[in-house]
Ligand binder design. Sequence first.
Ligand SMILES: Cn1cc(-c2ccnc(-n3ncc4cc(C(C)(C)C)cc(F)c4c3=O)c2CO)cc(Nc2ccncn2)c1=O
Length: 273
Amino acid sequence: HSKWELDRKDLDIFEILGSGCFGTVHKGKWKGRVVAAKMMKERTMSEDAFLDEAKTMTQLSHPNLVQLYGVVTKSKPLIIVTELMQYGALLTYLKRHKVRLINKIGILLDMCVQVCAGMEYLENRSFIHRDLAARNCLVGDSQVIKVADFGLARYVIDDEYTSSTGTKFPVKWAPPEVLSYTRFSSKSDVWAFGVLMWEIFTCGQMPYDQMRNAEVVDFVCHSNKRLRKPEASTEKIYQIMKDCWHKDPEQRPAFTSLCRTFGGLMDIGNYPQ
Ligand SMILES: Cn1cc(-c2ccnc(-n3ncc4cc(C(C)(C)C)cc(F)c4c3=O)c2CO)cc(Nc2ccncn2)c1=O
């Protein structure tokens, strides 16, 4: 076994935490450590392609990334073992705590800062997430926010998800160059981050409301209209979102620059919470 290949006998599996597109995710224990265990449903993931990349992914380590500990490969189903985040998806958390969070601009901004830090780390390693959204971030103790399932989109075997015209493709988080040519980059992650900021400052509203994917494609690609300013955000915060939604990927700020901008906002001490 290399370091990232885990022994099934060291892993205990407990209650289900939820079911993702690859199968069910359970609470687990690995060598005495509480973990999350993703039990991969057959024929949902290109397993060999994923295993080629798994080694690299275990080397990605940052306080705002859900740590991949390793993979159980010698038995079926394949099990992806990661750090456990006890409060689940950020989207659910935002909707559940909306009343308490909606006027706490300092807390909402801090959530954006944490995701931005995790994404800056991936950007510096030229690692593209491909499906950044509030549903794919997780909440841990004392409102720690971590980015999850980065890079896994490459291994999904479901045309409804992988094709930009599929019913499961994250159209509402995709920039024009992804919708038109499926051209993913760290700058397409920046666009998605802008939508994630909008999700945070609306405490979990669905972007573009009830608009259908085809209408969103038209709205985003053939007009310069964008999501409206969330009530809870300031003009400065909304400007950051709009910068992330520049039609030209080159004109969008890098995550490094976004982190600096947030730093400046936090320094002014506008947000006491
Ligand atoms: C690590 N982790 C994962 C999950 C958890 C549970 C179910 N589905 C998922 N998801 N969610 C989304 C997801 C998305 C993808 C894309 C390829 C990007 C489309 C690929 C996945 F494999 C998943 C997955 O597995 C997760 C996210 O991987 C929940 C946790 N925690 C809790 C705690 C309390 N209640 C609920 N969940 C936790 O700590």
